[in-house]
Design a protein around this ligand. Structure first.
Ligand SMILES: Nc1ncnc2c1ncn2[C@@H]1O[C@H](COP(=O)(O)OP(=O)(O)OP(=O)(O)O)[C@@H](O)[C@H]1O
Length: 247
């Protein structure tokens, strides 16, 4: 039996069909100017389809986070094409990028919780992005997501009363509460023990499958590679043709 995620629609997703969630073509990126200029991405091509979980691996400093932030509309695209949920980011306006980011969930290493808000209030910020939901519905949704990540007993706690792994799970619940159509995650299991890390990636996989959400996840964690529909390896700013279909 399939258990639906909080507030989710019945499963409709199919992996690899329909328009791509992300389509990157010939993407290059540089940092610095003049003699300090350094190319960090070199002609990247990548597609992610609705419901697909793509894991990105590669050595430290090879450009993984840069790629994630470009796809997440957090940086201006310098060269190449990045289409996310039908929106071309090359040449896009700040307003267009802001609108797009409402449909993109992001889980980065420093979980960025607001220190003065409880776990429940932090997650509610994610639910606030959903249109047409009253206060009570948003609060209930936040509680359901916190239950889904195993934190029902910590609703009223402030971030400094939570462990690193618990904070990471709040950040994950906040990203998922907004019902993203694309989820970008930078080492989401880094601060988690192996059991919690496994639960979190299984949750992300379910989100992808049940809601047709594309997932791009950077990881160094060999214990979770099996969650991938596809593994992509980056070295020196290039995606090598080692796109391995996992299972
Ligand atoms: N804002 C910036 N300004 C200048 N250089 C940067 C900036 N951000 C990243 N870099 C450099 O660009 C290169 C790629 O960095 P990036 O963070 O994308 O790599 P990464 O693969 O995610 O590394 P890690 O696995 O250690 O997080 C690195 O050499 C990094 O030092």
């Amino acid at each position: 039996m399939t258990t639906l995620l909080p507030g989710s629609a019945p499963p409709t997703a199919s992996t690899g069909e329909g328009p791509a969630t992300v389509s990157v073509r010939g993407l290059s990126h540089w940092y610095g100017t003049g003699s300090m200029e350094r190319q960090v991405l070199q002609g990247i091509d990548l597609e992610i389809h609705p419901g697909e979980v793509v894991l990105l691996t590669g050595p430290s400093g090879c450009g993984k986070t840069t790629l994630l932030t470009l796809v997440g509309a957090l940086r201006q695209v310098m060269e190449g094409s990045v289409r996310v949920l039908g929106c071309e980011l090359k040449g896009s306006s700040r307003h267009e990028r802001q609108l797009l980011r409402r449909s993109v969930g992001m889980i980065f290493q420093g979980h960025n919780l607001l220190r003065c808000l409880t776990a429940e209030q932090n997650v509610q910020m994610g639910a606030d992005l959903l249109p047409d939901l009253g206060y009570r519905a948003r609060r209930d949704l936040s509680r359901e997501w916190l239950r889904a990540v195993g934190l029902s007993d910590h609703l009223g706690k402030l971030p400094h009363d939570l462990s690193g792994g618990q904070k990471q799970r709040v950040a994950i619940a906040r990203a998922l509460a907004a019902h993203p159509r694309l989820l970008l995650a930078d080492e989401p299991t880094a601060a988690l023990d192996s059991r919690t890390g496994r639960e979190v990636v299984d949750l992300l996989k379910r989100l992808a499958r049940d809601e047709g959400c594309g997932v791009l996840m950077v990881t160094h964690d060999p214990r979770i590679l099996d969650v991938a529909d596809r593994l992509v390896r980056m070295e020196d700013g290039r995606l090598w043709a080692s796109e391995v279909t996992v299972g």
